[in-house]
Every structure is written in structure tokens, then in C-alpha cells.
Design a protein around this ligand. Sequence first.
Ligand code: 6R9
Length: 653
Amino acid sequence: MTDTPHETLANLLSEKRTFPPPPEFTRSANVTEAAYDEAAADRLAFWERQARRLDWSREWDRTLDWSNPPFAKWFVGGELNVAANCLDRHVEAGHGDRVAIHFEGEPGDSRAVTYAELLDEVKRAANTLLELGVAPGDRVVIYMPMIPEAAVAMLACARVGAPHSVVFGGFSVDALATRIDDAGAKLVICADGGFRKGKPLPLKSTVDEAVDRCPTVEKSLVVRRTGQEVDWYDDRDLWWHEHVGSASGEHEAQPFDAEHPLFILYTSGTTGKPKGILHTSGGYLTQASYTHSAVFDLKPESDVYWCTADIGWVTGHSYIVYGPMANGATQVMYEGTPDTPHTGRLWEIVQKYGVTALYAAPTAIRTFMKWGEDVPARYDLSTLRVLGSVGEPINPEAWMWYRQHIGGDRCPIVDTWWQTETGAIMVSPLPGVTETKPGSAQRPLPGISVDVVDDEGRSVPPGDGGFLTIREPWPSMLRTIWGDDQRFIDTYWSRFEGMYFAGDGAKRDDDGDIWLLGRVDDVMLVSGHNISTTEVESALVSHDTVAEAAVVGASDPVTGQGIVAFTILRGDVESSPEHLKELRQHVANTLGPIAKPRQVMVVSELPKTRSGKIMRRLLRDIAEDRELGDVSTLQDNSVMDRIKQGLSLGQDD
Ligand code: 6R9
């Protein structure tokens, strides 16, 4: 029994495969090893230099005000316009003809939008917002599919100083209404619908119902995407193409204070009402822009960057809209799902546009593993030069698969750890510097003070496990929870004195590299040993028949909790009682007998949130034979029924 949250299971910490960056990558990399030393020598001076990558209308007087923790102010007194930094300055610098967005719609429509065109549209949308009476500080909710107008809407809000709150286009009436209500939004920008798995999906009808319940909303501005029939309320609804289409293209961006609210983004969590994470302007854009340039080594003149996230998540905010656009990137935006109309769709798009940097989630990578390597092998992926991962721990075998079958054994992989709350990437390799290691996010970025601490808040030595914390304020940190300062303090700043607590378990290996071990709420306690879900899942995925695994601790009369594993097999592997036994033994051989699952089951799907994170809580309900808890953030409601039905086929004892 230890008082640290994680036992040190031997295997993951002895990962010996490492991959140095290709020398030609290092020669031209945006960031070198020196950045770590410069930031360590003077962290604030380092962030000031990064802030100068942006255009400021007024220089700040003070880099950081931390006199009232945990309420930070960065670049105090500075003024800038976030949208002008993402658009106007590139056009003024002569890059107006550069493509900002290569849009690929799900039904196969595509269009290229240049920086000059994007700026024009954003100016007209900004004028429309002003006509509708949207003033600086007013909140606007955006509920859209992945189409260029979604980015236009966000940038138009930023341009007029109206904080946006993007709600993922798959959320229900209830979820949307709760968020509109909490934000007190005045305007909702939406679309008639969007395309998903080959079908038009309604959005406006959801907005109509939600807005009926939300008296703060005065108007809905509606983009026509699918052309489907929609109900129309003359007193409230406006078509985007009529209003934005006819608005003036003249708009001078006004500067706002560095601490002016830029957006609120709701994160659900498992308990309580969603938290409105508040981000502000100067510090957020500084870190989003710097990390995008450093971690993806973005060369705006030649790269074609593609982040497959939805703008409804923070990854879409920081690494589709603000970071890449502040850097003048050319990027791909894709509306649909990876399997529509066929499982090679993403690779077809990589080939079509010559994508050089790809940023995806482990859940997608594991799905590609399940579909088999012959799918990507049919496409030319030779333009790729860096691959990113975000959202969950990436299992070492999924990392290796990504490297070999997508990255041609040549592209550095950047496993980026961060959160809605951190606003931008915090822990990640640098592709031209770091010798990468499968499964580890490795090192805090320059200027970032991440630590792994024990129960008492003491740094753990190499080889030990604990809690991931952040010791110093960072520019893109959340400023509060919208309307609830006390909850902000309680949730993030009360577990450890003077430190931000991320809610994730982590380990430091013998080289000092950081491994993320999943949410601490998911840790399993088996015979007095704390065992992380990530380690057992990675051990299962390292078996060559397993594509994906989720494990939970189910109450056990003898051991306290017993490990129950749900697995998805690769390709057309058939399971048998011997096979399941072999999987259990494989975990025991890899991690030690304490981690041997009590039971392994084969399923065809796992319950995931709409941003692709496994919902272990629901699997725990199944493993303990309980009623299911809150399923409102599930991507697909019927998946739990299918898992339950399928289980009887794969029982093991
Ligand atoms: C960006 C994003 C945050 C939580 C975070 C952690 C998990 C994200 C990860 C990762 C291991 C990574 N997470 N990236 N875990 N390795 N590279 O996903 O934000 O939706 O707020 O989720 O996601 O558990 O605490 P968000």
C-alpha cells in the first residue's frame, strides 16, 4: 500500500524505444533546445517574446499580475484585436491570396477560402453583429457544423469583442439550453443543419426549442448549409446569407484589453452542471499561437495543416481557429466522419491537399488500427512531416502504428497533453528537438511549469507516480469559471496549496519523462494497490489481436476492486475462451500479476463522449450490474444496449 495515487507498474516505465528527430527536420525547426534554457532563465521574458509575435495596438505595462491568485492577469494594460491578428495582418503583409481553409464537405463539395476572402466575410459578419446590437462583452452562442462559417462566426465575435460560446453541434436541446442560459447569450448563430454519415442532420430545430426556453436570446442568425426545411420565426430568425451577404465589407477592428473575455467553453465533467471555462485575449492568443508554431513546426508558406477536431471542443478553438490563423496557416477543414463514404476518407484528403501536419485523437488512431493498415496504404501520405495526438493517453502500440502506417516511419509524433482549462498545449515533445518515446507526452513546453506530485504535493522522483499539477501561472490559463469564482477555486486550486490540479494521474520515468495515466477518478484500487486504467489498457493494446481497450474497477468482495476489461479486436480476429485467457495472462506478464484483469470481454464498440473520450463510468455501471448513470454526453446512445447484448457472447470466468 502506498500513499501515492499510482503504483509503479514496471513495464511502461521501461519503454526503451526512442526515435530521434530526423536531422533535416532539426536543421530547419522553428524551435530548438535553446528555448528550454531561455524560458528557464526568465520565464516572463520568454512569454513577452512570444507575445511580440502578435500585433499589439498598445504595449503592456506588466507581463503578469499574480497578486491575487488564482486570478491571473497577463500582459496587463496591453491592447490588441484577436481577429485582426488572425486575419488583417496577414492580408496587410501581402498574404491575402494564401488559402486559409481548404474546406471539404461531407457530401463531397469543396471550396478554398483565402485569407482575403475570410477577412471580407468576417468584416461583414462583424457589421451584422453590430446591426443586431451586439456590444463588447455580450455573449453569442454558436451551434454549427464544421463549415467555414463556424470560424467566421467565432472571428466576427472576437472582432467586436463579444465572447462566444461554441456548443458542439451534436448536443441536445437540454445541453444547448443550459449553456445558452448560463452564458446569458443574446444571439445564437447556427445552421439549418449539417451533414453526418451521409445524411443531413437538423440543427435549427434544436436551436428553436432551446431558444424558446431562454429569454435572453433576441435573435438567431442561420447559415443555410443543407437546404432542408426549417420552421421560421419572423420575429427572431435571420438568414446569414441575406444579412451577412448584404452587410458592408468595411470594418475597422478596435483594440480590446488583453484581459477582455474571448470565449466561454463548457466542459461537462461527471458531476454538477457544466463549467463555463473563461478564456481572455492576449495571453490566450500568445500561447495558442506560440505552441502551434513550436509543436507543429508550422511553416505558413509551405505547410498544409489539418486538425480533425470539431470547433465545438477546445482543440478546434486553439488549433483550428486561433493558433493556426494567428500564424497564417493554410489548413484543411473537414465536415464529416472518417468512415463516410469509406474508411479511407481521411487519407484521401491527406493525399488530395498534400497535408503536411495532422493532428488527431487516439480514439481515431485506434479505430484506424481496427480497420487495418491496408486502408492508409492505398494512399500517398508522403507529404506528412509531423503527426499530433490529443485527447487521451495514446497507447504505445497505437503510437507505433501511427508512426509506421501513417507517418511512414519518418514523421515525429507529438503527443500533446492539455485541457480546455489550460487553453493551449502544456506538455509535448518538440518535433525538431525531442527524442520521442511511444506513449509519453514527455516534457513541459518551454515556459511551462508542470510537475508530478504525491498526495502531499511533493514532487515525485523519477520512477514514481502521482498527480499532474501546474506550479506557475501560464498565459492561456482559464481565468475563472463563468459566474462562479468559488467553484474555480474549489475545483482547481484547493487540492494542493499554490498549485493548479489538473485531475489527471501521471508518472515520471527514469529519464524524467511524463506519462499521463488517465483521470484520477478512474484509478482502480486492487488489494490496496492503485492501478491506472491507462497502463492496463495499453498492455491489452500491446497484444496483437487488440485494437482498443477500456478497463474499470468493479467492486470485488476479496480485492476491493477487480479489473474488468472491455476490448475491441483488430480486423477479423475471432475470440474464444482460450484467447480471453491469453489476454488476461498477457496483462499479468506485462505489468505483473496484480494488474491481471478479473474478466476480459469482447465488445464491438465502447461508450465515448462526443469528443472521443472513453466513458469508463458507464462501463463501471455495466460491470457492477447497475442502472446506467447520466448518458447525455454519449456520442451514440444505443451503444450501451449493444454492449450489454453482446456481453453474453464474450463472458469469461
Ligand atoms: C485538449 C483536450 C482534457 C483531458 C485531460 C486528460 C485528457 C488530453 C491528453 C490527455 C493524455 C494527452 N488528455 N490530452 N491525456 N495524453 N495527450 O482534450 O481538452 O476536452 O478539456 O480534456 O483530456 O485527461 O485532463 P479536454
